[in-house]
Design a protein around this ligand. Structure first.
Ligand SMILES: O=C(CO)[C@H](O)[C@H](O)COP(=O)(O)O
Length: 244
């Protein structure tokens, strides 16, 4: 039997949020690719005009094939919705991203979007971030020294490789994948990392996500960021509500 995967189910649900003439931030990875394929089908069937700001060169090529009009970040006034995948997400809609190496552009585009949707299969849901190693993008010139510093901090960095050669991002940087499990305060860890000269960005996305659509079995579960008000501020800050 050919059942639709959880990734594809989440992607199909996300495409329903897209309307004619919108500008969409286009994520990178296999889940985002499903979204682009289904968006392409809607463009063909309904004659929609959709503009896309891609988060990687690979996504740009694939989006063009699917009839999306590509714009650069500087060309757009606003990005209505960004739809992207993730390597892990937790109850607070905090993410680890960058498994595909596109974390820098992904974070820039997420930070410039009005609304951010993450699409994922149920294997990406965790109670605590960190089983997936956190990708950290570094400039090649400083990478060895940064790795030494991260090693001293107990983060056990591994230089990402592609076969025999060092993996290089679209920005021609390197990636160190680190173990964040000993660290509980992710915000301060992130600030500490970003403060190291030569670290360009980390794959910790702590505040950008508005909605996670998670495929589970044959259903899609919506995890929505709560907007705190005066009454519930204390309990709701950083918490997520499940709306099936
Ligand atoms: O962050 C990413 C790329 O940098 C991807 O969104 C993440 O790695 C998930 O990929 P996939 O959808 O293939 O599981």
């Amino acid at each position: 039997m050919n059942s639709i995967s959880e990734k594809e189910l989440a992607a199909i649900e996300a495409v329903k949020f897209i309307k004619n003439n919108m500008t969409i931030g286009l994520g990178t990875g296999s889940t985002a690719a499903y979204m682009i394929t289904h968006l392409g089908e809607r463009i063909k069937k309904e004659g929609l005009i959709i503009y896309g700001v891609p988060t990687s060169e690979a996504t740009e090529k694939f989006a063009l094939k699917n009839g999306i009009k590509i714009l650069s970040l500087e060309e757009v006034k606003k990005i209505d919705i960004t739809i992207d995948g993730a390597d892990e997400f937790d109850t607070y809609l905090q993410l680890i991203k960058g498994g595909g190496g596109a974390l820098l552009r992904e974070k820039i585009i997420a930070s410039n979007s009005e609304f951010n949707i993450i699409i994922a299969d149920s294997g990406k849901q965790v109670s605590r971030l960190g089983a997936f190693r956190l990708p950290i993008e570094t400039v090649p010139f400083a990478t060895k020294k940064i790795a030494d510093q991260l090693h001293q901090k107990g983060l056990d960095p591994i230089l990402r490789k592609k076969g025999e050669t060092v993996f290089s991002t679209d920005e021609k940087n390197y990636i160190l994948d680190v173990n964040i499990l000993p660290f509980y305060n992710l915000e301060s860890l992130n600030q500490e990392l970003i403060a190291i000269p030569g670290i360009v960005e980390t794959g910790l996305f702590l505040t950008t996500t508005d909605l996670v659509l998670m495929g589970k079995g044959s259903k899609v579960i919506h995890f929505k960021k709560n907007k705190p008000n005066k009454k519930n501020r204390k309990t709701l800050i950083n918490s997520a509500l499940i709306i099936c």
